[in-house]
Design a binder for this molecule. Structure first.
Ligand SMILES: NC(=O)c1ccc[n+]([C@@H]2O[C@H](COP(=O)([O-])OP(=O)(O)OC[C@H]3O[C@@H](n4cnc5c(N)ncnc54)[C@H](O)[C@@H]3O)[C@@H](O)[C@H]2O)c1
Ligand SMILES: O=C(O)C(=O)C[C@@H](O)[C@H](O)[C@H](O)COP(=O)(O)O
Ligand SMILES: [Zn+2]
Length: 363
């Protein structure tokens, strides 16, 4: 397995994804960006703060000045208010167009810092140092950045590619179990939409994954990044195929909003995936045995497959704010079989309601 994956757009190199078990090689990556005359601001949250000093130590000899900024952890802080506070910090610290932001944390830090970098002074460079499983396998790659707006998920954002994604897999040691499970949701997603053999590999390696066997984790993170990289290279701006990465997200995002972010993103995606799997079976594309198998697999990674009570009408109404709406129709991701997702534009409210009833009865 390689230590680096290259992400290319329009057949030319855009950035590298580095897989490592420490921050030892971060300096080498910073050297490639020629930052000796430029400042960096390492932005983290109140938990990923733990890794701040280590990252400062690996950074300071390769840049002109290291600054840092810490905000309160949690999806509820992925807002324009936090972005505004960060803009103020950068203005005070006289960050200019050649200076760089470093996102040290999970998807919340990455999305928010990426969006700040996309908009501050009309765009500056940024680097992703993902520290959650979810951010390693999904959010740090592909350049979707943004924040929530009035609890509407990722309503304000921009496509802005990082200059480097450097993952130190050893940071997963301190990640709470439930957060690890949340990340597994996006991993399982690749099996459903892209590769049945990956789905089977996840079943076969279940125990080693949950025991965080380093070699297995590395293989899993690497392959997840490879799936994501291939999709975003072909369709960086989500004109087509990239929408497949939204498998489980249409209902997932609606549930996330209605639960006021009390459930994690990956947990809501898991519920959304179970609903989409049910809908695919109802249309005759999956067998009921495959539905049962899926529920078992998703649950075995510590993810929810049912929810006690949620307003079906409210969830369906919330899906109408999805960014995948086109001419009043939702682009829903269904499965023609396990390992192959497709975009379906004629999903009805009745189908969604039946799937939501199914996940309520699963609780
Ligand atoms: N841009 C994209 O393509 C994309 C893809 C998927 C998800 N997302 C977004 O990502 C977000 C979810 O990301 P997430 O699950 O990483 O959430 P998160 O960033 O909130 O991290 C989860 C929790 O773990 C803590 N944490 C992070 N790393 C840690 C570590 N190593 N040890 C201990 N604690 C640690 C964080 O402080 C936080 O409390 C959502 O906002 C979602 O919309 C974006
Ligand atoms: O990278 C993508 O494209 C994705 O859809 C990945 C998703 O896992 C992620 O949650 C993304 O932020 C959702 O995008 P959105 O456009 O529906 O907000
Ligand atoms: Zn997601």
């Amino acid at each position: 397995m390689q230590e680096i994956l290259q992400v290319n757009y329009n057949n030319s190199w855009c950035y590298d994804i580095i897989f490592h078990n420490s921050y030892e090689k971060l300096g080498e990556e910073l050297e490639k960006l020629s930052l000796s005359n430029h400042k960096v601001c390492i932005v983290c949250d109140s938990n990923t703060n733990t890794y701040l000093q280590e990252v400062i130590n690996s950074t300071k000899e390769h840049v002109a000045f290291v600054d840092s900024y810490v905000f309160q952890a949690g999806e509820e802080n992925k807002t324009l208010d936090t972005v505004k506070n960060l803009y103020e910090h950068l203005i005070k610290a006289k960050f200019d167009r050649n200076d760089v932001l470093i996102a040290l944390g999970g998807g919340v830090v990455g999305d928010l810092v990426g969006y700040t970098a996309a908009t501050y002074l009309r765009g500056i460079r940024f680097i992703q140092l993902p520290t959650t499983l979810l951010s390693m396998v999904d959010s740090s790659v592909g350049g979707k950045t943004g924040v929530d707006f009035d609890a509407y998920k990722n309503m304000v954002g921009a496509f802005h590619q990082p200059k480097c994604v450097y993952m130190n897999l050893s940071t997963l040691i301190s990640l709470p179990k439930e957060q690890f499970s949340s990340g597994m949701s996006e991993v399982i997603k690749y099996g459903y939409i892209k590769d049945v053999s990956f789905y089977k590999w996840l079943q076969d390696n279940h125990d080693r994954i949950l025991n965080q066997d380093y070699e297995v984790l590395r293989e899993m993170v690497y392959h997840s990044c490879l799936y994501k990289k291939e999709v975003v290279e072909r369709d960086p701006l989500e004109k087509g195929e990239r929408a497949l990465l939204n498998f489980g997200h249409t209902l997932g995002h609606a549930i996330e909003k209605l639960m006021s972010f009390k459930l994690y993103h990956g947990q809501c995606v898991a519920l959304g995936m179970v609903a989409a799997i049910y809908m695919s079976a109802k249309r005759g594309m999956l067998t009921w045995e495959e539905v049962e198998d899926s529920v078992t697999l998703i649950q075995s990674f510590g993810l929810p497959v049912g929810i006690s009570s949620i307003g079906i009408t409210e969830v369906i109404a919330a899906t109408k704010n999805d960014k995948k709406m086109e001419a009043g129709k939702i682009k829903f991701i269904l499965l023609e079989k396990i390992g192959s997702g497709y975009i379906e534009s004629d999903v009805t409210d009745e189908e969604m309601a039946a799937a939501l009833e199914y996940i309520m009865q699963n609780n």
